[in-house]
Design a protein around this ligand. Structure first.
Ligand SMILES: Nc1ncnc2c1ncn2[C@@H]1O[C@H](COP(=O)(O)OP(=O)(O)OP(=O)(O)O)[C@@H](O)[C@H]1O
Ligand SMILES: [Mg+2]
Length: 233
């Protein structure tokens, strides 16, 4: 890929997220600003409770901030209503979670087809796209397996394929290697590197130093703030 990062994909400005707990207010984010450009591969690291998942959920339009702005691919998303947020997420963002969250009754292929169906893609095109993605993550021969019939690493690869189904502008992952052993984690890290090499912009939250080292930029958080923006590159 080119050394020059492209247009801004994520623009976060003065982001504050407070949680009300009875009379107390927990400030999970205390005014965070940063930019991620097209083609970047960035890790967000920091101690437990410093606000990493809170920040990722705001970028992923899963949550809304108390104050501040989030723009994804030039579009303000911090004040979207539920229906528009869901639609935006479906079309523009792929999200991968530590615990995979696959549908247990559906096969690998059907799990990948789900977001395509929600986006209105026709049945035969859905099947073709799902098979292409299964091949991309090395699981073409696991098409009919249900999640319980797959290893942890295979389930995570299905979850990544599902996240990529609608060709998102941005892939977000929260502790994607958190449930995996070292060898399976290494396969996941190789897959992310290949994805980024093929042009996908990736932001990953992780405690995994091996994964963080494999990215091109490490953003350090502490106590609700970014303390080091890392070097984009
Ligand atoms: N729904 C909630 N209500 C109240 N407080 C919350 C809520 N979600 C998170 N918090 C608090 O906000 C802070 C940041 O939480 P967050 O989940 O973003 O941390 P994290 O950096 O992802 O931690 P970890 O590495 O353990 O996953 C924590 O102090 C947490 O207790
Ligand atoms: Mg977290």
């Amino acid at each position: 890929m080119s050394e020059l990062a492209g247009a801004p994909i994520v623009e976060v400005h003065d982001l504050v997220r407070e949680y009300r707990m009875g009379n107390e207010t927990v400030a999970a984010l205390k005014g965070v600003s940063f930019t991620v450009r097209q083609g970047e591969y960035a890790a967000i690291v920091g101690p437990s409770g410093c606000g990493k998942s809170t920040l990722l959920n705001l970028i992923g339009v899963i949550d809304r901030p108390t104050r501040g702005t989030v723009s994804i691919a030039g579009e303000r998303v911090d004040q979207l209503g539920d229906a528009r947020a869901t639609d935006f997420r479906l079309r523009r963002i792929g999200f991968v979670f530590q615990r995979f969250y696959l549908m247990p009754a559906l096969s690998a292929r059907e799990n990948i087809e789900l977001p395509l169906a929600e986006a209105g893609v026709k049945k035969s095109a859905r099947r073709d796209r799902a098979m292409t993605l299964l091949e991309y993550v090395g699981l073409a021969r696991r098409e009919r397996h249900r999640p319980s019939q797959l290893s942890g690493g295979e389930q995570q690869r299905v979850a990544i394929a599902r996240a990529l189904a609608n060709s998102p502008s941005l892939l977000l992952a929260d502790e994607p290697t958190g449930e995996l052993d070292a060898r399976t984690g290494a396969e996941m890290i190789a897959l992310f590197a290949r994805l980024n090499g093929d042009g996908t912009t990736i932001v990953v939250v992780t405690h995994d130093e091996v994964l963080a080292r494999a990215t091109k930029r490490v953003i350090h958080m502490r106590d609700g703030s970014i303390v080091d923006h890392g070097t984009a590159g």
